[in-house]
Every structure is written in structure tokens, then in C-alpha cells.
Design a protein around this ligand. Sequence first.
Ligand SMILES: NC(=O)c1ccc[n+]([C@@H]2O[C@H](COP(=O)([O-])OP(=O)(O)OC[C@H]3O[C@@H](n4cnc5c(N)ncnc54)[C@H](O)[C@@H]3O)[C@@H](O)[C@H]2O)c1
Ligand SMILES: [Zn+2]
Ligand SMILES: [Zn+2]
Length: 394
Amino acid sequence: MRALTYHGKRDVRIDTVDDPKIEQPTDAIVRVTSSGLCGSDLHLYEVLGPFIGEGDVLGHEPMGIVEEVGAEVTNIAVGDRVVIPFNISCGHCFMCDHGLQSQCETTQVREQGMGAALFGFSKLYGEVPGGQAEFLRVPQAQYGPIKVPEGPIDERFLFLSDVLPTAWQAVQYAQIPRGGSVAVFGLGPIGEMATRMAQHLGAENVIGLDLVPDRLARAAAHGVRTIDVSAVDDVGDAVRELTDGRGPDSVIDAVGMEAHGSPVGKLVHTLAGLMPDAVAEKVMQTGGVDRLGAFVSAVESVRRGGTVSVIGVYGGTADPLNMLQLFDKQLTLRMGQANVKHWVDDLLPLLTGDDDPLGVETFATHQIPLVDAPQAYEMFQKKQDGAFKVVFKP
Ligand SMILES: NC(=O)c1ccc[n+]([C@@H]2O[C@H](COP(=O)([O-])OP(=O)(O)OC[C@H]3O[C@@H](n4cnc5c(N)ncnc54)[C@H](O)[C@@H]3O)[C@@H](O)[C@H]2O)c1
Ligand SMILES: [Zn+2]
Ligand SMILES: [Zn+2]
């Protein structure tokens, strides 16, 4: 089959690789019909090279048709239309029972000290072949796949794999009081969807921050008050100006580790990029420093006693944090990979009606044949051609 594979920093290719096969009785094989490209893929593309093997298949936002099931998979059948959550979880361990599917104890990547295995996501998360491919082996298929109805286009359901539960978790963790205010840093797919959900759930004052003009415009078009972080002297002051001088009740950091603005983190990333992989891997793990620009601004902007919800991915282990401010401002801080399956029952009703309250059918800006994926990665990273959300069609 054809698949998008990793070959080095900013070097992904379409290769012919072996078709996946059932390996465990709990596996299924899915023929992929749509597969999203995510901001998380850009972390792999840019800085996480030391943790990815040459030829690894990327992608963690797939949906498709069940081709084959293992003996213990009884919840789905050949021919079913399914969306595959990006985290691989078992549904019957302590963590899954507690709604923490991204910490699943059956699939935890213990040798790396990490949580649940993820599709297409480096050695840190189990090096499981991903879904930017014609076919996908789905482990723990007795639980993971979300069966969706026939009829609407793929995009109606595709974002259940990641964007929707991730943005939903960000908003839930942000604990925005009814009628309250929230500032969302980063208006990529995750942040922008979080602004839509915050509005849907009754936040009165929804502020969005980014520096890409068409992303700011996209959010402004549905009533978000936007701030261009590259055009203001002090981000915190700009946010306070829109919140009676106090700061918002809640702040969501939907930027993650590639945030602009922190030169130290950039240096470590750049250095790690120049080292042999084995050395770089150690440097990233022990000395890893993120570019914390967005996170620091989030802490600075939120009102005293407010909540900061971090959904952007950070990967450093030696980050200097502003503990003084976190403590003094009495903040609540929540974060983590999305527990996809935990939120599906909340989300499905928003996707199956005649209306489309979250605008998922028109959410993607680009539908692209899988064979053109390498160019699409570059376009998405450089934010060219209005690339906001790209969906590959194998
Ligand atoms: N926790 C999870 O389960 C989960 C799941 C999916 C994605 N993510 C993460 O969420 C983040 C966003 O994902 P995405 O697909 O929307 O990515 P994206 O890269 O398209 O969006 C990030 C946005 O942040 C903007 N930005 C950069 N620096 C900024 C700053 N200092 N202030 C304000 N905005 C800034 C960028 O211009 C961009 O529009 C990524 O870190 C991704 O890895 C987390
Ligand atoms: Zn994703
Ligand atoms: Zn589990």
C-alpha cells in the first residue's frame, strides 16, 4: 500500500510499504477514506526527529471502512464506517474506567515513561504505524473505533478522531463560567474549534489570539474578538483591555511547543536538530526546553483565581516555569492529551442532526490526494495558500 513516511526533518515521502495484517485477536484493519493533518504532525516534522524511525508511517486522524476484524472484535463488523481515535485505549483498565483513555494502562508506553500509545506518533508513543496511508491496523479495536452512520460526507465525522474531542476537552478543562470570558491562544484547528465550542456552551466574551492574518479573520468571522500577538506591545495588556482590565476567567493554550517568541527553546531545538539522533534524543529528554512564549502569556493574561487549560503539546523536561506567578495568582492548571472516547457521547449529538452547529462540514480548507501529502505538509507548516485544516484522501 502507499503511505506517508518520515525520512528526516521536513522530509516526508509517499512510499510503498507492506499492507498491515491482523496481529492480535483484538486488531482490525481499516481501509482509510479520509485522514487529517494535524499541528501535532508538525512537531514530528520539525523537532521530534530523534524519536522517529526512518520510514515510520505518520498520521493519527483517520476514518474509513472496516476491512477485517480479529476474533475478539465483536463491536464492529466488516463494511462498517468508523472513525479511529488518535489514542489507543482498551476500555477496561483503571484509567479507561476513569475516563482517562489517554493514560490507558494496557497500552501505556512504559519503557519511555509515557501514557497511552498513539497512532503515528514516534517512539515516545509506541511507534504504532499511523493513518496517513491506504490501510491501517487498529489495535484494541474491540473498544476504540467509533461507528458512525452512512450518509453525510466524511468531514461530518472525521474530526471525532482528534480535533473535536481535543477542543472539547480544552474547553471543559477551562471551566469557563456561564456568561464568562475565555481567551484562546492559537487559532489553528484546535484553538479555533475551541472558540466555536466556548460560544456554543454559552461563554459571552470569547477572545482569540494568533499572528496569522487569515486565521484571525476566520475566527473573527464567527464573532471571536481577535488580537494579533505580533501587533501589540504587551499581550497581557491587550487581553485585559477586552476583559474590564481584570483578565479572562479562563485561558486556553492551543499553541504548544512551536510558539514564537522564546529564543532559548529555539536554540535547544536547533541544536538537537544538528546532533546525531542518539545524542539529540538524550538532549531533548534531559535538557529539553520548550518555547514557552504562549504558555507564559497565558499565565500572565488570565485573571487571578482563573483557570489555564493547556491543550497544545509541550515536550521539554527542563522547562523553567513562572511558578511565582502561577502560585501568586492562585491559578488552576489542567492539561493533557485528549481522552477521545470519553467525550464521544457529548459530541455525537452535535454531529448527527440536520444542522451543523460546529460547522464541521466546512471546517477543512484543503482536500488533497494522499500522494500529494509531502507538499501539503510544507504548505501547512508555512501556512501558505490559506492552509488551515488539510484532509488527505488515500
Ligand atoms: N492535547 C491533545 O490531545 C492535542 C491534540 C491535537 C493537537 N494538540 C496540539 O494542539 C496545538 C494546536 O494544534 P493545531 O492543529 O491547531 O496546530 P497549528 O500549528 O495549526 O496551530 C497553532 C497556532 O498557534 C499560533 N501561534 C504560534 N505562536 C503563538 C503565540 N505566541 N500566540 C498566539 N498564537 C500563536 C500559530 O500561528 C498557529 O495558528 C498543537 O501544539 C498540537 O500539537 C494537542
Ligand atoms: Zn491531531
Ligand atoms: Zn485502558
